[in-house]
Unconditional design. Structure first.
Length: 278
């Protein structure tokens, strides 16, 4: 079963008079969507009562919830104290999303900083392994492919990180991948290469049940600049060929739309690209 939905509340959610995230579950279900990603981008600042209200509504309407950890995580940082802070950000995100009834948390791996890419990647891998050794419980963590050239998170790097622990699954942000490659995703064959590589390196369980972020993204010489809507006809990438690959391979990823303000509308377009109605 595919889970498809938005990251955060679309502008139309507010335009229709809604204000609270717990209202999102009924709103999404009525539109035919069944997933939602809660962003802790600026920090995990939510109380237990709010988490439980969200959980009750999302369970009632069978909308699965995931979360994005704070953007401050950097597992390539040479400062051990900062690594502990990154681990704490992820741990708190897991705690909060589980209180909401979910189990998936996406996180940004790292940035190179003043280190060489090879040094930063090695440090990131070591520190993710350290994090996984101290985190207990039933959850899934999804390191995300990144869109700027100075960030750690190519397809190959993310897949390699996911060999460290059974609870790590890739988050393929195809807009980021396209931005990093400065327009490198042209069509179905480009998506197939990513999926085939993942299946080869990680096997069917992770290779079929990974996490997806999707939006069109403006990019420049240094990679990602800003998220766009599906109205964009310049930068891409296009979702239709990815939908065809997902259907052809019988994949069951968790799919999150990150368009700028039109997340729910574009998520519904994405759902309708699939041959099977989910």
């Amino acid at each position: 079963m595919l889970r498809i939905g938005p990251s955060g509340n679309s502008q139309s959610f507010y335009d229709e008079g809604h204000t609270h995230t717990y209202e999102e579950a009924k709103w999404l279900r009525e539109k035919g969507l069944n997933a939602f990603e809660y962003s802790f981008g600026r920090g995990v600042n939510i109380g237990q009562a709010a988490c439980e209200k969200i959980r009750d509504e999302f369970v009632k309407y069978d909308v699965e919830i995931s979360a994005h950890a704070p953007y401050y995580t950097n597992f390539a940082n040479p400062d051990d104290e900062m690594i502990e802070k990154s681990i704490a950000y992820v741990a708190r995100s897991i705690e909060a999303v589980k209180a909401m009834g979910g189990k998936r948390v996406v996180f940004h791996p790292a940035a190179c900083g003043k280190s060489s890419r090879a040094e930063a990647v090695a440090r990131t891998k070591d520190n993710i392994a350290k994090m996984m050794s101290v985190l207990d419980g039933d959850f899934l963590l999804a390191p995300e492919t990144m869109g700027k050239l100075n960030q750690i998170g190519t397809v190959e790097e993310i897949v390699d990180f996911c060999t460290l622990d059974e609870r790590l699954v890739p988050c393929f942000d195809f807009g980021h991948i396209n931005s990093y490659l400065r327009g490198g995703i042209k069509g179905k064959d480009d998506y197939k290469r990513i999926i085939d590589y993942t299946l080869d390196k990680l096997g069917e369980r992770k290779g079929k049940n990974f996490h997806i972020h999707f939006s069109k993204i403006q990019y420049g010489g240094k990679g990602e600049i800003r998220h766009l809507t599906f109205a964009d006809r310049v930068y891409g990438p296009e979702y239709e060929p990815l939908a065809a690959v997902i259907d052809e391979y019988a994949l069951t990823p968790y799919i999150v739309c990150e368009s700028n303000g039109t997340m729910a509308e574009d998520a519904l377009f994405m759902k309708n690209c699939h041959k099977k109605v989910y």
